[in-house]
Design a protein around this ligand. Structure first.
Ligand code: G1P
Length: 311
């Protein structure tokens, strides 16, 4: 078990300004039923790793090693996954399977994981709010595990670098097709100010607007660097029509008190929270695996791509 990092600790020379990353993971995952009836959607596998591990590894590679996972009923597999499995480890050790042993040990040794229950599914803002006591009085990251981002440096690291410069909340954004804006929180930015490459100051935010009402096609994607004043802002945020507390609405409240920034990530994002996005991510990551890329590409090339549900 690694020691809990103290405020001044750094990893590989990285600044320790952000030490904690919150992973909301209490959702029911209804889009993937029946696969998610008895298994959390965060544990769906991309090649050979559960989706949530991609985000946890991104945090660790970004120098953030304290992970707070917001869970709910039926999510025990996530806790088991990030825990030491003594029986499995001694089995692999006895059989001399050192590569596999290293693979399962690496992630448990890289991070400290704490869990908090959301209790009721009252939205993303509420999921962040339940981490208030674990986060305490310091800036922190929020990672939505559905968004898997392939980037160098890692997406969260890019954002921390921006945070250290602008010294305010930073939200990851991406331009999306206009017909998709209603799936996202959307931001209006101030185009007159210069905050450096890919960085803008937010003028307004709106959660899942209709296409005609969207102030832009700059959509918030699943990475946030937040400051602890988000907690009182969320506490003061009214529930929406569906009874949920939206993080976007909490940020809108915060905007009346301090500047908030967005950063356009330099990388490739996959939304694995829907079936098509999940399938695209699976193919993308399989083709990036040295042990699978060539035979998998050869297999894909043999496929008759005209075969489909309508033929
Ligand atoms: C949430 C946020 C939304 C954001 C999106 C990114 O929506 O509420 O503002 O754009 O994540 O993935 P959800 O996808 O949980 O409905």
């Amino acid at each position: 078990m690694p020691p809990i990092l103290s405020q001044c600790d750094t990893i590989a020379g990285m600044s320790g300004s952000i030490r904690k990353a919150v992973f909301p993971a209490a959702g029911l995952g209804t889009r993937f039923l029946p696969a998610t009836k008895a298994q959390p959607k965060e544990m769906l596998v991309l090649v050979d790793k559960p989706v949530i591990q991609y985000g946890v590894e991104e945090a660790a590679l970004s120098g953030v090693s304290n992970i707070i996972i917001v869970t709910g009923r039926g999510k025990n597999a996530i806790e088991d996954h990030f825990d030491v499995n003594v029986e499995l480890e001694s089995f692999l050790e006895q059989r001399g399977k050192s590569e596999q042993l290293e693979q399962i040990r690496h992630i448990t040794e890289s991070v400290n994981v704490a869990y908090v229950r959301q209790g009721e599914p009252l939205g993303l803002g509420h999921a962040v709010l339940v981490t208030k006591n674990l986060v305490g009085d310091e800036p922190f990251a929020v990672i939505l595990g559905d968004d898997v981002i392939d980037a160098t440096p890692p997406a969260l690291r890019q954002m921390i670098d921006v945070f250290e410069r602008v010294k305010g909340p930073v939200l990851a954004v991406e331009r999306v097709p206009w017909e998709e804006v209603s799936n996202y929180g959307v931001v209006a930015i101030d185009e007159t100010e210069d905050h450096g490459p890919r960085v803008h100051r937010v003028k307004d935010l709106v959660e899942k607007p209709a296409r005609d009402a969207a102030p832009s096609n700059l959509a918030i994607i699943g990475r946030y660097i937040l400051t602890p004043d988000i907690f009182p802002a969320l506490e003061a945020t009214a529930r929406d029509r569906t009874g949920e507390i939206q993080l976007t609405n909490g940020l809108r409240h915060l905007l009346t008190q301090r500047p908030v920034y967005v950063y356009e990530i330099d990388g490739v994002r996959h939304d694995t929270g829907n079936k098509l996005g999940f399938l695209k991510a699976l193919v993308y990551f399989a083709l990036r695996r040295p042990d699978l890329a060539d035979p998998f590409r050869r297999y894909l090339e043999t496929l008759d791509l005209k075969i489909g549900a309508n033929t």
